[in-house]
Ligand binder design. Structure first.
Ligand code: LLP
Length: 402
C-alpha cells in the first residue's frame, strides 16, 4: 500500500516501472524539519535536485517551503511550480553567464557564489543591468562529511566552494563592488550524512567566519547551512530532524543570523518507491537466483553509481519458498543490479516488487539508455492518486530527432 491505495492497483492502471510517492509522508517530513527549527528564524529551501517533478515541487510550495535550484532548468521549474523569485536560492558549481543573468534578472533571493571568477561574472552582469545581486559566498571548509566519496563536497580537493582563507579577502573586496551585495555565507559538505559531527563542524566554521567578516566591516544577514541530512536505507537508526536541529541551533544562535536550510533527500527519499514487475526468474549454477525485473539503472541509478542499498520487497508477500537472489534490471550492463544477495519469497514472472526509499535522486536521475522511456510518476493522497508525470513514449523521445 501507499497510504490507502494498493500499489498493485496503480501498477495495473499505469504499468511499470513506476514511481509512487506519498503526499502525507512528504508533508510530515517537511513539517518535522520546519518544526524542529521553529524557535529560530529560518527558511527551509527544498533542494529541487532531489525530486523536481512539478507535482512534488508544488506540494512543497503549498506547505510553505522555499526552493533551492541548481540550474536554470530548476529555476524554471520552481517558477512554474509557483515559487516567486524571492523564495529561490541559486546554487551550483558551473553556473553559465546565461543562468546567472536569468537569476539576476528575476531577482532571486540569493545566488550562492562558488568562486572568485563567478563573483566577477555576477558583478559585471549586475552592473550591466544597473542592479546589485544578492550573493552568499559558498565556503569550502575542508571537512570530511564521512559519506560516500561521490557525494561528499566539503573537502578542499572537491570542486565546490571557496577555500576558507580566500573567503575573507573576497568578501571584503566584493562588499565594495557595485554589482554584488554580500548578504550571506553558504556551506554544504555532502549528502546522506548520518553522523551529525561534520554538520556541526561546518556550522561552526561559518559562524566563526561570519563573526570575522562582521568585525572586518562586512555585515551579512544570513547563514545557509545547505542540505545533507541522511535517511535510513536499511532500517538502522539515523538522526532525526529534531536531532539535527538540536545539533545546529546552539551553534548558530551565537551568530544571531537567520538561517537557510536546503534539505532534499531527508524530505522525499522515504516517501517514494519504485514499483517494478518481475520479468524472469533464472536459477544460477551456484544456487543463487537472478530475479530480472523491468526497472534498472535507467530508472534508479543509485545502486550502480554509489553501491547504494535500497530495500526491495514483494508487493504481495505471497507464500513462495525463500530464496537468495540478485535483483537485476534489463539493461546490457552487468552493473545493472538493483540489489545483491537479497532474501525474498521466490517471485513469479508478473509479480510486483517495490524498491523502497527511492523518492530522492531516483526519477530525477533516470535516463533513456537502451532507448528506454522514462517511467510514470504517481502522487498518492489518502485514498486517491494522480499521475504527476505520464510515462514517456518512444514518440516523445524521437520528437527531438531528425
Ligand atoms: N544543497 C546543495 C548545495 C547540494 O549540493 C545538495 C545536494 C543539497 C543541498 C541537498 O542535499 P540533500 O539534503 O539531498 O542531501 N545523487 C546523489 C546525491 C547528490 C547530492 C548533491 N547535492 C545520491 O543519489 O545520493
Amino acid at each position: 500500500m501507499c497510504e490507502r491505495v494498493p500499489l498493485a492497483d496503480i501498477a495495473a492502471a499505469e504499468g511499470t516501472p513506476l514511481y509512487v510517492y506519498s503526499a502525507a509522508l512528504i508533508a510530515a517530513r517537511y513539517r518535522a524539519i520546519d518544526d524542529a527549527f521553529r524557535a529560530y528564524p529560518h527558511a527551509v529551501h527544498y533542494a529541487l535536485k532531489a525530486n523536481s517533478t512539478l507535482g512534488i515541487a508544488r506540494l512543497l510550495r503549498s506547505l510553505g517551503a522555499g526552493a533551492d535550484a541548481n540550474s536554470g532548468g530548476e529555476i524554471d521549474v520552481a517558477l512554474r511550480a509557483g515559487f516567486i523569485p524571492e523564495q529561490i536560492v541559486f546554487t551550483g558549481v558551473g553556473k553559465t553567464p546565461a543562468e546567472l543573468a536569468q537569476a539576476i534578472d528575476l531577482g532571486v533571493k540569493t545566488i550562492n557564489a562558488e568562486s572568485e571568477g563567478e563573483l566577477e561574472r555576477i558583478d559585471l552582469l549586475a552592473r550591466e543591468r544597473g542592479t546589485r545581486a544578492r550573493v552568499a559566498l559558498r565556503v569550502n571548509p575542508d571537512i570530511d562529511a564521512r559519506s560516500h566519496p561521490h557525494i561528499s563536497t566539503g573537502l578542499k580537493t572537491n570542486k565546490f566552494g571557496i577555500a576558507l582563507d580566500a573567503v575573507r579577502e573576497l568578501a571584503r573586496r566584493f562588499s565594495r563592488s557595485e554589482g554584488v551585495e554580500i548578504v550571506g555565507l553558504h556551506i554544504h559538505v555532502g549528502s546522506q550524512i548520518t553522523n551529525l559531527d561534520p554538520l556541526r563542524h561546518a556550522a561552526q566554521a561559518i559562524v566563526t567566519l561570519a563573526q570575522e567578516l562582521r568585525d572586518g566591516g562586512v555585515a551579512i544577514d544570513h547563514l545557509d547551512l545547505g542540505g545533507g541530512l541522511g535517511v535510513s536505507y536499511d532500517g538502522s537508526a539515523v538522526p532525526t530532524a529534531a536531532d539535527y536541529a538540536a545539533a545546529l541551533l546552539p551553534i548558530v544562535k551565537e551568530s544571531g543570523l537567520s538561517i537557510i536550510l536546503e534539505p532534499g533527500r531527508h524530505i522525499v527519499a522515504p516517501a517514494g518507491a519504485l514499483v517494478t514487475r518481475v520479468v524472469d526468474v533464472k536459477n544460477r549454477p551456484d544456487g543463487n537466483v537472478f530475479v530480472v525485473v523491468d526497472a534498472g539503472m535507467t530508472e534508479l541509478l543509485r545502486p550502480m553509481l554509489y553501491s547504494a542499498f535500497h530495500r526491495i520487497e514483494p508487493v504481495d508477500p505471497g507464500g513462495g519458498d525463500e530464496i537468495v537472489a540478485d535483483i537485476v534490471g534489463p539493461l546490457c550492463e552487468t552493473s545493472d543490479t538493483l540489489g545483491k544477495d537479497r532474501r525474498l519469497p521466490r517471485p513469479r514472472p508478473g509479480d510486483l516488487l517495490a524498491v523502497l526509499d527511492a523518492g530522492a535522486y531516483g526519477a530525477v536521475m533516470a535516463s533513456n539508455y537502451n532507448r528506454r522511456t522514462m517511467p510514470a510518476e504517481v502522487l498518492v493522497d489518502g485514498a486517491t492518486w494522480a499521475v504527476i508525470r505520464r510515462r514517456q513514449t518512444i514518440d516523445d523521445l524521437l520528437a527531438l530527432e531528425t
